[in-house]
Ligand binder design. Structure first.
Ligand code: PLP
Length: 426
């Protein structure tokens, strides 16, 4: 019903993803898979509401009205079965900004904050910006799936950590933490007096059939020690409108954080407030369709990697539109890998080392390529990554692999076999 296929030309809008290529990669013509935003047309009702707001308008100081808060609380109720009350919401002009303010309000320089590795790169900035000591707790990887290491977390918390910044769902792996894992985490944090900051910006993007658990919905214990930082920005592709919020059930923590934000005279602008209200009120059907689309894209990409990129592993994410590609099996240095992706593949991807330890020999791609043109162009790039091997007489296993790929390609790649007849199997 919604249009996710029209190719939008975003160039010339100063968007990071396309217009930022020249500065970031020194080449404006790469296919951008780096910034985690989408190239789809946004929710039509959002477009319309923004347009209507500008007709004969003034743009004076604006506060978040009752409808704004109601849109968030009823979204949490509808989409997550979670009870959030309006007075638990504290606004911030960015998810990370909110987390930084929470840290500033509740901690002091020198406090320790646990993060998992690999993780979304700005998490490492807590050290730089807030003068906190970042304690890295490596995730355990089993067959491409990541798990929290509770033994290590217990040790780190025992050593006096004050905060734990959890990425839930996890960027870059797309892992949704199970209810059981989260409950265990809450119990651990309670035991050691650790405040749990849960970055849930990807939480509304659970794949069909998967369930994200907002931390505050888990238990009374969780409500006492946690803060959710979230926004509609990733879900509805409106990050440029800078509208986010914290949910803090504990009165004392909330007052402190709210006072800190107010003390800097920080507000969300009126378009950001309007966007949040509209997408949360009217975005259900759009989001459901989007998730089916993203799931299909991610599946195609995982199958493609499996069939066509020997030595690279990709696992289906539980949520969002990132794909974490493990290239260890390729036996290339990270430098060479990154160089090849750019010069041969003509792709702009995130070097896994940006995500910290555990990211070497990995790359992160945003899987939101549009169908048709962009998708084909991207796949052509992926195809070029590895040197074609010398053709040889196929043995039985190669023949069956070839058959799988051919049938996959015919079903999934528009234009096949015109573009993808080259065989690159070992
Ligand atoms: C886990 C995570 N947190 C936060 C952000 C950025 O949010 P904001 O721009 O609202 O700070 C991103 C963006 O990709 C993200 O992936």
């Amino acid at each position: 019903m919604y249009d996710f296929d029209t190719l939008l030309n975003r160039r010339g809008t100063d968007c990071y993803k396309w217009d930022g290529l020249a500065k970031e990669y020194g080449d404006p013509e790469l296919m951008p898979f780096w910034v985690a935003d989408m190239d789809f047309k946004c929710l039509p009702e959002l477009d319309q509401a923004l347009r209507e707001r500008t007709v004969g308008a003034t743009y004076g100081y604006t506060f978040p009205g009752e409808d704004y808060f109601k849109s968030i609380t009823s979204w949490y109720e509808r989409r997550h079965g979670a009870a959030v009350s309006a007075d638990e919401i504290v606004n911030a002009p960015g998810v990370l900004t909110g987390i930084h303010f929470a840290l500033a309000a509740l901690g002091k320089p020198g406090d320790s904050i646990i993060i998992n590795t690999p993780v979304y790169p700005p998490f490492y900035k807590f050290e730089e910006n807030g003068r906190y000591r970042v304690l890295q707790s490596p995730l355990i990887e089993k067959n491409g799936r990541y798990f929290l290491d509770f033994v290590d977390l217990d040790e780190k918390m025992r050593s006096g950590a004050r905060f734990y910044a959890l990425c839930s769902p996890h960027n870059p792996s797309g892992r949704i933490w199970s209810r059981q894992e989260l409950l265990e985490l809450v119990a651990l944090c309670r035991k050691h007096g650790v405040i749990l900051l849960s970055d849930e910006i990807h939480g509304d993007l659970a794949m069909p059939g998967k369930t994200h658990h907002p931390l505050l919905s888990l238990s009374e214990e969780a409500r006492k020690i946690s803060i959710i930082a979230s926004a509609p920005s990733k879900t509805f592709n409106c990050a440029g409108l800078k509208s986010s919020f914290l949910i803090i059930a504990d009165e004392e923590m909330r007052q402190k954080v709210s006072r800190k934000i107010k003390s800097y005279h920080i507000d969300i602008d009126l378009f950001g407030l309007l966007a949040t209200k509209v997408v949360f009120e009217k975005g259900d059907a759009w989001l459901d369709e989007l998730m089916r689309y993203l799931e299909a894209n991610a599946k195609r990409m995982v199958e493609f990697v499996d069939a066509r990129l020997p030595g690279v592993k990709a696992s289906m994410p539980d949520a969002s539109y990132l794909l974490w590609l493990d290239c260890r099996g390729r036996d290339l240095s990270q430098e060479e890998l990154v160089r090849r992706i750019k010069t041969k593949g003509r792709l702009a991807l995130n070097d896994g080392t940006m995500f910290g330890p555990g990211g070497a020999t990995a790359i992160c791609a945003s899987t939101t390529a549009l169908r048709d043109y962009t998708w084909r162009k991207a796949l052509r790039g992926w195809n070029e990554l590895w040197e074609p091997r010398q053709p040889r007489e196929p043995d039985a296993s190669t023949k069956s692999r070839t058959a799988t790929v051919e049938s996959f390609s015919r079903n999934h790649i528009p234009g096949y076999p015109r573009l993808y007849t080259r065989r690159c199997f070992p």
